[in-house]
Design a protein around this ligand. Structure first.
Ligand code: NAD
Length: 372
């Protein structure tokens, strides 16, 4: 007789009851994981154990009538990770993205998180992942703001008023703690206005929609870029004021002069080294076109910046092994490409909370495995 295996299924409502929207707690969990990343107590996919994940992309044309075709933000993505320390759990985020979905009453991307016993490989939880993913994504710049924003930063500009931009703002507000004014820029002005109105109502901060990108950036001590990647955000060096912190969660370009004088800090330089290496495998004319850090990868390739592995990750700053902000005038750029360690670590916290609260549905994999 083999071993019975059961796991917990958590739908979106269960994850809410288990605290998935608690951004402040997510930031604390991520702070722990940032330290594990710099200590090396984690594994992600690929030969170098640092892959963001593997993408399933459809062809531009197909002879098969049912096969989906390529398009903006159209992909499936498998993102596996092991997170060490007290977590000691393996898992994966699996999602698909289709920009037509909102017209069908669905989110653009639909995500699930699976957790496994790292030793036996048995599933321990299958969970609705949209909120795990959006809160974990927003919380990263929140942790970065806590460590890298200048003291007393008062003005935050959010570029992109979609779900990720909103999640980033929520965490930056907590991480910074001294914000007074929020400026929103979105190519769809009504979205910026609605977001500004919601911030004023919910937090009592002054908030407004900017007329243009330059005005929005010039105003800010902290800039969060989370616009969709279809139209890249292009900024100029002299728009970014002394002491500013800019955080790329979505794609953004700044003219090269900026990177000659600003300090660059990654979420995890080891993952960006893998991205960089993957670009080198592409034909020359296709390199450094898509991705959040591509402008910087290109500058590294052209010898204008030091190799990616020599650069600083936020975990190094949190551990105190490398300098973060050294003075109030310094300009800092933080880049986050997203990693499955966040989904697995934050998912694990939600799973643990759900168990304590008796939430979810226990599903049986088998009473005794047929093939054992
Ligand atoms: N780094 C990470 O961990 C991570 C994780 C998830 C998503 N993302 C990225 O975050 C971005 C935003 O995701 P989302 O789900 O909120 O997308 P979304 O498409 O729902 O919303 C994005 C918003 O940006 C606006 N926008 C588009 N181009 C713009 C521009 N040039 N200037 C200003 N506003 C612009 C759109 O009008 C929209 O309101 C995407 O690029 C996504 O790939 C990053």
């Amino acid at each position: 007789m083999g071993k019975k295996t059961e796991f917990l299924y958590l739908n979106e409502e269960d994850t809410i009851k288990a605290g998935v929207l608690d951004t402040a707690r997510c930031m604390d969990v991520e702070e722990e994981i940032f330290k594990l990343l710099s200590l090396g107590d984690y594994v992600m996919g690929g030969d170098k154990h640092n892959s963001h994940g593997i993408a399933l992309k459809f062809p531009a044309e197909s002879e098969f009538p049912n096969m989906p075709l390529d398009g903006p933000d159209r992909r499936y993505m498998a993102m596996p990770a092991y997170v060490g320390g007290r977590f000691n759990v393996a898992g994966e985020k699996w999602y698909g993205s289709n920009i037509i979905n909102p017209k069908r009453g669905l989110p653009r991307s639909i995500l699930m998180v699976m957790l496994n016993n790292a030793d036996t490989c048995e599933p321990i939880a299958l969970m609705a992942g949209n909120l795990i993913s959006s809160v974990r994504t927003g919380s990263v710049p929140g942790v970065a703001a806590r460590h890298l924003a200048k003291k007393g930063a008062e003005t935050c500009t959010c570029i992109g008023a979609g779900p990720v931009g909103k999640a980033c703002f929520e965490a930056i507000r907590i991480g910074c703690g001294t914000l007074k004014t929020v400026v929103i820029y979105d190519i769809i002005r009504e979205k910026a206005e609605a977001f500004a109105a919601a911030i004023e109502k919910e937090y009592g901060l002054s908030a407004y929609a900017a007329d243009d990108l330059e005005q929005a950036v010039r105003a800010a001590d902290i800039i969060s870029v989370a616009a969709s990647s279809v139209v890249p955000v292009n900024l100029q060096n002299d728009w970014l004021k002394k002491g500013s912190l800019i955080m790329f969660t979505g794609r953004c370009n700044i003219d090269e002069a900026y990177f000659g004088s600003a300090k660059l800090i990654w979420d995890n330089a080891k993952m960006h080294e893998v991205y960089y290496d993957e670009h080198l495998l592409l034909p020359e004319d296709q390199r450094f076109k898509n991705g959040i850090g591509v402008q910087i990868y290109r500058m590294v390739y052209e010898g204008k910046l030091p190799p990616v592995p020599e650069q600083t990750s936020l975990g190094d700053v949190i551990l105190g092994t490398r300098p973060g902000r050294e003075d109030d005038d310094e300009r800092i750029c933080f880049i986050t490409g997203g990693m499955p360690v966040w989904d697995v670590g934050w998912g694990y916290e939600i799973y643990e909370n759900a168990k304590k609260l008796g939430l979810g549905q226990t599903l049986k994999l088998w009473d005794s495995p047929y093939l054992a």
